[in-house]
Design a protein around this ligand. Sequence first.
Ligand code: C5P
Length: 242
Amino acid sequence: MSDVGKSDGAGSGMADVPESTRQRLALALDFDDLEEARLVAAQLQPFFGVAKVGLELFCTAGPDAIAAMAGLGYRVFLDLKLFDIPNTVYRSARVLGAHGVEFLTFHSRGGQDMLRAGVEGLGEGAAGVGAETPTALAVTVLTSDGDAPPHIVPNRIRTAVEGGCGGLVMAAEDLHMANQLAPRMKKVVPGIRLRGSDAHDQSRAATPAEAAAGGADLLVIGRTVTGADDPEAAAAAVVASI
Ligand code: C5P
């Protein structure tokens, strides 16, 4: 397989991105319109291998959003941060697991039993359609939360390990804790900002270089690229900085 990202589609000619870098970058498609999300996803595909469908897009388009991104050739990351009683999380994760997602988020605040239920449902849903077992990601603390006491993150990491999750979502500044307490788990970092870019509601933002150097396996990139005047140039800057 070529080591260079796909260059067909909009944005071709600009990007010559190693495949290993593309697969380390998840594009946060926080839009309330599926067509707009699809256009942005197609435009930025030379830079991103993973499409993150979050609450906003899923609320407007539901499973069609997953199918649309998979149809473009993206690996799909569904970020719903499930947090409910174990039975509800189990049943919801089972439904979502059958839709072909590769990653699904749960909020670790829901506790070990809830996470276990989610992991089980997700695996069952995928197995029912002959798909590979998706990775359950536990969100530790929201990157917008700058007030969480210091013991919370290590506790939530332990909960995620006990709950059987395959990965963690965390601020870049917490990566060292995950590297210590859960070295084998996949580490996903949102709240990424290019230097000089608006932090918006993210209180624990980091640059792509900081997240990459800290050991992030997957960098979630949203408004620093999608809200830029020139999204392709911003995406190229992210790529260059890692
Ligand atoms: O635009 P921005 O880069 O701030 O987008 C960050 C994305 O990552 C959003 O889709 C948000 O829902 C998600 N996220 C986050 N913090 C977490 C988990 C997910 O910002 N802890």
